[in-house]
Design a protein around this ligand. Structure first.
Ligand SMILES: Cc1ncc(C[n+]2csc(CCOP(=O)(O)OP(=O)(O)O)c2C)c(N)n1
Length: 283
């Protein structure tokens, strides 16, 4: 009989008191338990950041990757074994900044992974520089006169590129986030769960209270049309929509390859590779 404690490592979280990462950590473990996945039944991959530090606090199969690279490594794991539940965890800096090309590729490819993006609108591990989601004009350590660029639009980008499942949650609403992560993991194809999270240490003007006044839940888990989803997203920052914004039933990446229908790549008989012949073919 699995319990939540089975997912804990021996290391206690080192996040600041009040960090939104605690809620995401709790919801993720709830979602694993709800699906009856043991530590050997799932692979969690982590980016580098306060978010990625979760690698130390969770006890499952896992890989702590490089900054900005969690989605690309997760895609590789998925191509090797698309039947295995795979979750990529990272911050808005890593996934939407340095890793943005991998993010868009995963949406386009509809590769069978779930990405959980800890969105605190900042680089937190490196103590508070702007991220691609920092609002125009926001003063941060690296932008003392205010951010010049308009923010990246991850939810709209995921929808435009027809990702399988696009949702947004709030780190302080653990039961709702548990449901969103569970549904995302069950959905075939690329699933994005972006999570609004306060960073009480470096992003003081976006407190839990600030979020509580703005976060609005969608009434159902059915998903919206592209047009409706865009309209909801555009209500920010006065209203921050949470819930399942969009679902697409198009085939996942691996379903385009007949040779993967029966057995994943990992289980296939691969003929002996003559490495010299292979190298010579490139010369
Ligand atoms: C290739 C590379 N670039 C930059 C860094 C420095 N670095 C480490 S964490 C980080 C930002 C983390 O911000 P985010 O991804 O939003 O995660 P958070 O800490 O907010 O959870 C940066 C720039 C690095 N370690 N490696």
């Amino acid at each position: 009989m699995l319990t939540l404690n089975d997912y804990n490592s021996r290391i206690k979280p080192s996040w600041c008191p009040g960090c939104g990462n605690f809620g995401i950590w709790g919801a993720l473990k709830n979602a694993l338990l709800k699906q009856n996945l043991s530590k050997d039944d799932v692979c969690l991959l982590y980016d580098v950041g306060c978010s990625g530090n979760m690698a130390d606090f969770v006890h499952t199969y896992g890989i702590h990757t490089l900054h900005g690279r969690v989605i690309s490594v997760a895609m590789g794991v998925s191509i090797a074994n698309h039947q295995f539940p795979i979750v990529a965890i990272g911050g808005d800096g890593g996934i939407y900044g340095e890793g943005v090309e991998h993010f868009i590729t995963a949406c386009r490819a509809n590769v069978n992974i779930t990405a959980i993006v800890h969105n605190n609108s900042l680089y937190s591990l490196t103590t508070g520089q702007k991220s691609p989601l920092a609002a125009k004009g926001k003063k941060t350590k690296s932008t003392p006169h205010g951010v010049v660029e308009v923010p990246f639009q991850p939810l709209k980008s995921a929808i435009i590129h027809d990702a399988g499942f696009v949702a947004r949650g709030f780190g302080a609403d653990i039961p709702y986030l548990t449901e969103l992560i569970t549904q995302a993991m069950q959905h075939k194809g690329f699933s994005l769960v972006e999570v609004l999270q306060p960073c009480p240490t470096f992003n003081k003007d976006m407190s839990v209270q600030w979020y509580l006044e703005r976060v609005k839940k969608l009434p159902t888990f059915d998903g919206l049309s592209e047009k409706e989803a865009f309209e909801k997203v555009d209500e920010a920052p006065d209203s921050l929509v949470t819930g399942v914004l969009y679902k697409s039933e198009r085939p996942a990446y691996h379903e385009h390859f007949p040779q993967l229908q029966q057995v994943p790549l990992l289980g296939q008989q691969i003929e002996t590779v003559h490495i010299e012949r292979l190298i010579n073919s490139f010369i």
